[in-house]
Structure formats: C-alpha cells, structure tokens
Design a protein around this ligand. Structure first.
Ligand code: ADP
Length: 491
C-alpha cells in the first residue's frame, strides 16, 4: 500500500521504566511477560512498575512543571516544534514501530501503520496549537482591566488500553504536552512495548527531563497508584466503563483530580430501507469487525429495516464467510484481520457467542476458533437478535455482528438509545431528511452518516452516558487539559 516493509522479527529495544529521561528497573524488582497473540509465544519480560515507581515518576513530572523549569519557561512555539519533531521521528521509524505493534498486539501491519499515522497527525495538530492558545480580555468598568490565561493543569496521569496501543499513547501525549503539562503514562499490560519507544523518541526530540515518564505495569497496582495519587492533577483514561467508575471514584476520594474518560460502547447502526445494500453491507460489517472488533466505537448493534432485512442478513453472512480467508498472520500482505489480543479476550468472545446461541439468536456463520494456535476467531454473524440478549447489550470486543430488525424509524431510534452507552452511532440511508432526523435524535457523542470512524485530530470525540466524560481532539479536547485563570488589575 505505502511501499513500507514490515520487519518480521523486530528487536525489542526497551523493557524498562522511563523516569526523568532515564531507563530504570522497577523498585519492586518484578517483571511480567508480553505475549504475541498470533503465535502465543512470549516476546519478552517487561518491568512491572507499582506505587513506588509511580511516586518517582510523579516527583520527576512535578519538578518538570515547576515555575522556572525549562518546560514552563519555553516559548509555546518551541514546545509545538518539539511535538512536531516527535512526529517526524515516529514517521522515520514507522516500519519498526508498526512491526513491533504487530508482534505485541496482533493487528495487521497495514492497520498498525494507519494507527501510527493517526498518532503522528495528532502530535502535529496539537504541536500547531501550542502558540495559538489565547485567553480573552474581559469587559470591565473603568479603572479595571481583566484577562484570562489558559494554564496547564499540571501533572497528568494517562492510562491507556491495548486495542490501539501506540496511537492512543500518542493521542494522550499530544493533548497533555500540547497544553503544556507533564505526563506519567501507564501503557496497557497486554501490549506495553511500543509505548515505551516514546521515551527514546522524547529524548531524541529534545523534550526536557521529567516531562514524559512511562510506567509499565498492571491496572490495580500501577494504574490505581496513578488514579489515587495526591500529586497528580488530572487523569486521562481510555478503557472499560468498569475501570472508569474506579478512576472517577478515586478522584473523589482523593484530591478531586480532573478526569477525562473515554469508555466503552455498544454503538448502534440504523440501516434505513432506502440504503444501497451493495454499499452498506460491507460498510456495516467493517464497522463492526474493525480492529478485530476490538474498538470502543465499533458499530455493534446493527438495526436493519424489515423491508431489506432478509437480504441484508444473507449478504452479510456471505461476506463474513469470504472474510474468513482474510483473517490470519498479521504480517501477511492480503490479511485484513489478525488474532484477538490475548487468551482472556478470546475466551470471553467465545463465551458471548455461546450465550447468543443459548438465548435464541440465529448463528448465520462463524462462531468458533479459526486456528489451533493463536487467538483467531471466525468472523461471526447472528440474526434474529433481540435487544435483551447479552450479545445485544454488552460489549463483546470481537468480530461478532448482531443484526436486528425494525419496522419504523421512531422504533429504531428508541431502541438505539435504549443503552447505558452513548459513544457512537450511525445511520446508513439515502434519504437526507431521515439522515438528519436520526442523527439529531441519537444519544451519542458522534454520529456517522453513511460512514464510520470518520474524523481526525480536529474532530471532538467522546461519549454520552456511561461512555465517558469529556471530549478528546480539537479545541474542545484540549480545553480540559488546562485551567482558566482570571486576572483582574485595578489601575
Ligand atoms: P480492558 O478491559 O479493555 O483491558 P481496562 O479498562 O481493564 O480495559 O484497561 C485499560 C487500562 O486501564 C489498562 O492500562 C489497565 O492496566 C488499566 N486499569 C485496569 N484496572 C485499573 C484500575 N483499577 N485502576 C487504574 N487503571 C486500571
């Protein structure tokens, strides 16, 4: 596609913690293994950070935020250039980073490249924002002058998940550093390897010591130490709704740190009767199977108008059967989907499929393990799915499409909104009024019309309801990483 070449056995360069621009072992002396999900082989052991390591990282990050530190006194344009320099280094090393992501996460090489490019764009976008963050001059009575300043919120703890490891770490860095903060990043324990590369990239770009710190480790230990830390001013988290609750609670129990939460979803897609099946069948399936279904905003509840339902189901099942041949070795050229990230997710998905069958949904195709080795799941399609079935309510995070029937658009909207989540939704239709009416009516942070996952670094993203708090991207995404200070001067 891009002329880029994958490296089948990329060397693992970093497995230690990154604190204050130095590579160090964990205080507790423990390590954990990272597994290649395509082969089930151990890739390497990584340092297991805990509370003591988070404390050290927070101290370094605090020092970096001190009022006369190099980071705080740097011209905003200079800060922006550093972010762009990181982006350039990532682009230079993209074949290596993408290859390591494939080994650690299992996603196909072309997908890894696409993710990393999204990370690069976000770093560049917020790099460009640094010298455009401007306060206001306030209206005041004679003899007074007032203005606002946007100041960094301070030390930000960032906790990221395994589905888009490097990209999400770049997204967090871009927001946090773009607004002038320092960061303690905790990458996911399932896929820690590529995020660690950001330490070397930071040093090469010239980021001052302490601004970026990376602690690999587990959620209930290293992650909780971040969300409970009294010296962390904000936590930005992407992951499950369950852990989102814990982070919000830890904030309330400690120092009321600010939180941005990007959580789970069970996003609805409404396919209107005027939709062109040749276009929407592949689009709907891709929107569900994207990243092997391991995507918080995947469109996993497919509501199809009764007039086209049977044909939609038939074509979806035929397509999924063909897609089977496109699941395999993530380094192979013609592969679209790799394995699930680990054994736990793999078994969870098979359990969901089992529950779908037991609760009376019709398994049109797939439903099982694809290979003896590796966590590959067959592309699966269920029809006759009812809204109260587990597969229709809970996040499966696998390549399992659930197709439901509706008879009128009001009913479809009500059913789409009848969810505790509200991250994304979509409507596929050739009727413009229907597109506008449905998108205005859906309770969701983003609505896509005749597309999915459209957007970029300038497009606010986040959830209604239990899908999260706050937005990322664009100005709306940067604002929660800053405090607004009002200064009033009596003349
Ligand atoms: P998933 O279920 O998709 O693995 P999680 O929400 O469990 O998603 O994990 C996302 C991130 O949150 C990971 O980096 C994980 O280590 C971290 N995490 C898990 N539990 C906690 C916790 N109790 N406190 C803070 N972070 C956590």
């Amino acid at each position: 596609m891009s002329g880029l070449k994958s490296i089948k056995k990329p060397a693992v360069k970093r497995t230690q913690l990154f604190i204050n621009n130095e590579w160090v072992n964990a205080v507790g002396g423990k390590t954990f293994e990272s597994i290649n999900p395509a082969t089930e082989d151990v890739i390497c052991s990584v340092q297991e950070g805990g509370k003591a390591d988070v404390d050290l990282a927070v101290s370094a990050a605090r020092l970096a935020m001190k009022r006369n530190s190099p980071w705080r006194t740097m011209a905003p344009a200079e800060r922006g250039l550093l972010l762009m320099k990181m982006a350039d280094i990532i682009e230079r090393d993209i074949e290596y980073i993408a290859s390591l992501e494939v080994v650690d996460n299992g996603k196909p090489f072309t997908s890894a490249v696409g993710d990393i490019r999204a990370g690069i764009k976000c770093l560049t976008y917020y790099g460009g924002y640094c010298d455009k963050i401007e306060g206001k001059t306030l209206a005041m009575e004679n003899g007074k002058m007032g203005y606002t300043r946007y100041e960094p919120v301070g030390v930000v703890g960032a906790i990221t998940p395994w589905n888009f490891p490097f990209m999400l770490s770049c997204f967090k860095l871009a927001h946090v550093l773009g607004a002038g903060n320092s960061i303690v990043l905790k990458p996911p324990e399932q896929t820690p390897l590529t995020s660690l590369l950001l330490g070397d990239i930071a040093i090469e770009a010239g980021i001052p010591a302490g601004v970026i710190n990376i602690i690999t480790g587990f959620g209930p230990t290293a992650g909780a130490a971040i969300s409970e830390h009294p010296d962390i001013n904000k936590v930005t988290f992407t992951g499950s709704t369950e852990v989102g609750h814990l982070i919000q609670k830890a904030s309330g129990d400690t120092n009321l740190k600010r939180v941005t939460l990007e959580l789970g979803g069970k996003s609805a897609l409404i396919v209107g009767k005027s939709a062109d099946l040749s276009m929407v069948v592949p689009l709907a399936q891709d929107a569900c199977y994207v990243n092997m279904g391991q995507t918080c905003c995947a469109l996993t509840r497919t509501y199809v108008h009764e007039d086209i339902y049977d044909e939609f189901v038939k074509q979806s099942a035929e397509l999924a059967k063909k897609t089977r041949a496109k699941v395999g070795d993530p380094f192979a050229d013609d592969i679209r989907y790799g394995p699930q990230v680990d054994k736990i997710q793999f078994e969870k998905i098979l359990d969901f499929i089992d529950s779908g069958k037991k609760e009376g949904a019709k398994l049109e195709c797939g439903g099982g393990r694809l290979t003896e080795k590796g966590y590959f799941v067959e592309p699966t399609v269920f029809s006759n799915v009812k809204d109260d079935m587990r597969i229709a309510k809970e996040e499966i995070f696998g390549p399992v499409q659930q197709i439901m029937k509706f008879s009128n658009i009001e009913e479809a909207i009500d059913r789409a909104n009848d969810s505790e989540y509200g991250l994304a939704a979509a409507v596929f239709t050739n009727d413009l009024s229907e597109a506008l009416y449905v998108s205005n009516s859906l309770e969701s942070g983003q609505v896509w019309v005749n597309s999915f996952m459209s957007g970029g670094a300038n497009t606010p993203f986040g959830g209604y309801k239990k899908s999260g708090i706050g937005r990322e991207f664009g100005w709306d995404g940067l604002l929660p990483y800053m405090e607004i200070k009002t200064v009033v001067i009596k003349m």
